[in-house]
Write a protein that binds this ligand. Structure first.
Ligand code: 0A1
Ligand code: ZN
Length: 887
């Protein structure tokens, strides 16, 4: 906690480390309240450092017991202990530093450093948690070999783990177990990990492509031993995939994953010892949904892929975070696309980007993929760094092509293995491997904001030419008033009247040019205005642009409703079929919002309903894709499409469309639901793309049927909720019941809780469904749930499922005109800031776009933010989010 104004850290002020640490020996004498840490480091002054340069170590919240240099105690006359540093003067050029500190894991509620989760000791060191364990140069460009001894009572802590391999294990004279682990790979401190506790082991062997045997070990609390199978299978798939797709093999003899209930984020890629939020490991068909199974597969793979993109090659400094995160998210997306429906997985990527990253890029905390300043680095684990970062890698892949990308990756691994590098180094590897100039492309790393691209088309039947003129604009973002044009790859096809894509010859190309008979091309926009003219186009085609979402931009299309309906039915790019349906739905909802505002009666356009009905009834389509196409755009993205956000209008229009579709297409929806339910009846649960697609379409039909509250839908929802043998279907039923009046919903909530009260991850769902249910007095329900014995402010998953879900996904409750929702959130942020600043700072999110609401809500949200800002002793985390929001 700081009382004075926190300092801003600048990329331009980066300097290389003054002392390097080739190796460190750590000893942990574990005790819940007083763990003693002895750190013995080899220190070496670098050639460019003056001989009188003091040794500056990071440390926070530590009790310093002693300091010694080459075995001789150093007194306080030689060192200065500041709030977050230890400065030691007059040190030799090379020496051994011994630091003894004492820490309190049980009192560590911020879950950073060494802490206890349900009696399990575990660490979280990214980004700057190692400094809560001992004094050390806690920065990623200082890479050391670690040897770690853990001392503890084997009766209480039968499992004691750290990175690498165990090299010694004995019972000491003190009667305690002393186990030593050694990690042969030098690593930055943020990848250090330690775990100790009573854990069950699920073990399985794996043989790498070169024939090395690796032991895969999953550690969970004993009561969860029956929920490991899917995570283990996912890990093996990821290991095989990285060998095949990138030629990357695992490099240690053991790969360990530990699942804990209390974790600030999703998971952490510590070398050889990943620590996971149990949400991304534990699954059984009756406790986890398809979306949970998918999340586990993706996150297990993500952490595994970090072994090469993050651990073997790491970041020079935290401004380069996207070097590992954007690249690893991209690799994760490729992996998921190879194992599930590629189109569905791309649709999910884009939904996440639009719901989370676009608003961030348009708001007060907009920052480049490679930020140039921060107050608290924990605030920069953002959708921009992760998801937009992945889009930037994807664009590079699209622009230079898969073979050139593979050459670039190979050179990157070869050139930088074992180093801490920058985003420039990454792009340079691709440029050098392929003799390309990627200078202008690098703007994607340094300019914030989402480019807006508009397109005009002109067909000339005389000359049989078709012209596409693109104009790009990039609005100012905080600190970046003027921008240069971006390099934007626009994957393009032209669809003829018969529904087939045309051959695309540019007017300046010869008819026999090798590219000239392709039906899809990547058009590259490099200037503010770029025009392309195609030859031999006899009739006006319908352009299919930005296929597969080839760039993270807002494309303003002038296509007519009829063209959108045509693309919904004919585009051979499955993503763009979905996109046409989304664009059409957004248009319809916008018109309804305008009607509602003008007091006109709301009517669902018949053409829209018919296009919808045709898609549902089309047996030739993958059910998963039908479900995606017919899922209405979410409220967050709809809000993003409006200059001034009309809270009531969005909710009213979206609910109206849901209800009208449910009412007017009841027969068709019942037929599809009953057919899908019958196909799956009696079959055991399986997480394969076809089964997932059927369940998702069935649940979507049920949601539409339930919206108008008709008996046929409600009856089916209740039956599904009561009889389902898997959580996906049970939740599909519960979600419909949740939006009905209390007499219908409450018995369902009670039954669900009674059955699942001992499964924390399912109880999280119970909180979340209630927090997001659209009911008149939503906030009162949430306030009551805050008093429930199962609620706790100490568990991040619980906080997210009640408070986070309400603020982010219950617009009707959160934006209640009185401002009570805002006061509630401000109260919770203030309370949480005292125990867990990272989680508190994340909760500021829903306040960030306050300037986009009506005057009254603006005033109320601003008051709430100002009330937080006025608190004494705010953490850096919350201070940064609140002060930037108000600036
Ligand atoms: N590197 C992890 C994410 C992560 C970041 C910070 C954490 O604690 C503050 C924990 C995890 C990943 O990308 O999966
Ligand atoms: Zn990551």
């Amino acid at each position: 906690m700081k009382t004075d104004t926190p300092k801003t850290i600048l990329l331009s002020e980066y300097t290389p480390p003054a002392y390097l640490v080739p190796s460190i020996d750590l000893e942990f004498r574990l005790d819940p309240h007083a763990t003693r840490v002895t750190a013995v480091s080899r220190m070496e002054r670098t050639a460019d450092t003056p001989a009188d340069a003091p040794l500056v170590l990071n440390g926070a919240g530590l009790k310093l017991v002693s300091v010694a240099i080459d075995g001789a105690p150093v007194g306080p006359d030689r060192w200065l202990q500041e709030e977050e540093r230890l400065v030691i003067r007059k040190v030799p050029a090379a020496f051994e530093l011994t630091v003894v500190t004492e820490i309190d894991p049980a009192g560590n509620t911020a879950l950073e450093g060494l802490y206890l989760s349900n009696g399990i000791f575990c660490t979280q060191c990214e980004a700057e948690g190692f400094r809560k364990i001992t004094y050390f140069p806690d920065r990623p460009d200082v890479m050391a070999r670690y040897r770690t001894t853990i001392i503890g009572d084997p009766a209480v802590l039968p499992v004691m783990l750290s990175n690498g391999n165990p090299v010694a294990d004995e019972i000491g004279e003190d009667g305690l177990r002393h186990i030593t682990w050694e990690d042969p790979f030098p690593k930055p401190s943020y990848l250090f990990a330690l775990v100790a506790g009573d854990l069950a082991l699920c073990e399985s062997p794996f043989t790498t492509m070169s024939g090395r045997d690796v032991s895969l070990r999953l550690y969970v609390e004993p009561r969860n031993a029956d929920k490991c199978e899917h995570a283990m299978a996912s890990l093996k798939k990821a290991m095989v995939w990285d060998e095949q797709a990138y030629g990357r093999e695992y490099d240690l003899d053991i790969y360990m994953i530990v699942a804990v209930d209390d974790f600030n984020m999703g998971a952490m890629e510590n070398k050889g010892l990943n620590v996971f939020n149990s949400k991304y490991i534990l699954a059984r068909p009756d406790t986890a949904t398809d979306s949970d199974y998918g999340g586990i597969e993706a996150v297990v793979a993500h952490e595994y892929f970090h072994n090469w993109t993050g651990n073997r090659i790491t970041c020079r400094d935290w401004f380069q975070l996207s070097l590992k995160e954007g690249l690893t998210v991209f690799r994760e997306q490729q992996f998921v696309a190879d194992h599930q429906s590629a189109a569905v997985s791309r649709i999910h990527d884009v939904r996440v980007l639009r719901a989370a990253q676009f608003p961030e890029d348009a708001g007060p905390t907009a920052h480049p993929v490679r930020p140039d300043s921060y107050i608290e680095i924990s605030n920069f684990y953002t959708s921009t760094v992760y998801n937009k970062g992945a889009e930037v890698i994807r664009m590079l892949h699209t622009l230079i092509g898969p073979e050139a990308f593979a050459r670039g990756m190979d050179l990157y691994f070869e050139r930088h293995d074992g180093q801490a590098v920058t985003c420039e180094d990454f792009v340079r590897a691709h440029a050098d491997a392929n003799e390309l100039d990627l200078g202008d492309f690098f703007r994607w790393y340094v300019q914030a904001g989402t480019p807006e691209v508009s397109v005009e088309t002109r067909h000339d039947p005389e000359s049989r030419s078709f012209e596409l003129t693109f104009t790009q604009t990039l609005k100012p973002t905080p600190g970046q008033p003027v921008k240069k044009p971006m390099v934007i790859p626009v994957r393009t096809a032209l669809i003829g009247a018969d529904g087939a894509p045309l051959a695309l010859r540019l007017a300046n190309e010869a008819a026999d040019a090798p590219e000239a008979d392709q039906t899809e091309r990547v058009l590259v926009l490099e200037d503010r205005v770029t025009r392309f003219t195609f030859a031999d186009v006899a009739e006006r085609p319908v352009p299919s642009l930005l296929r597969g979402f080839s760039a993270p931009v807002k494309l303003e299309t002038r296509a007519e409703d009829a063209d959108l309906a045509f693309l919904m039915g004919h585009d051979d790019d499955a993503f763009n079929r979905w996109e046409a349906a989304q664009t059409y739905a957004i248009r319809v909802i916008h018109r309804l919002i305008a009607d509602a505002a003008a007091g006109r009666p709301l009517v669902l356009p018949a053409d829209f309903r018919d296009a919808f009905a045709r898609t549902i009834g089309d047996d030739s389509l993958d059910p998963a894709l039908i479900a995606e196409a017919l899922t209405l755009p979410g409220e967050s993205y709809l809000a993003e499409t409006m200059t001034r956000i009309d809270v009531e209008g969005i909710t009213a229009a979206r609910q109206f469309v849901r209800r009208e579709i449910g009412r007017s297409l009841e027969g068709l929806l019942l037929e599809v639901f009953d057919r899908l339910a019958a196909e799956d009846a009696g079959k055991p649960y399986s997480f394969d793309p076809a089964s997932v697609g059927r369940r998702s379409l069935a649940n979507l039909c049920l949601a539409y049927l339930g919206a108008p509250g008709g008996t046929a839908g409600l009856e089916r929802a209740r039956r599904r909720f009561e009889t389902a043998d898997n959580m996906t279907d049970a939740l599909g039923g519960l979600l419909v019941l949740a939006d009905q009046e209390d007499a219908l919903s409450q018995p369902a909530f009670d039954a669900f809780y009674a059955r699942w009260k001992d499964e924390p991850l399912v109880v999280d769902k119970w909180f979340m469904v209630q927090a997001t249910a659209s009911r008149a007095n939503a906030l009162d329900h949430v306030l009551k749930l805050m008093e429930h014995p199962a609620f706790s402010m100490r568990n991040p998953n619980r906080v997210r499922s009640l408070i986070g879900a309400f603020a982010a996904s219950n617009p009707r409750g959160f934006h209640e005109a009185s401002g009570r929702g805002y006061d509630f959130l401000a109260d919770q942020i203030i309370t949480l800031d005292a125990s867990n600043p990272q989680i508190a700072a994340r909760l500021v999110g829903p306040f960030k776009r306050w300037r986009r609401y009506d005057d009254q809500r603006q005033a109320l949200m601003r008051q709430a933010l100002e009330r937080i800002a006025a608190r004494q002793g705010l953490s850096r985390d919350v201070y940064e989010m609140v002060s930037k929001s108000l600036a």
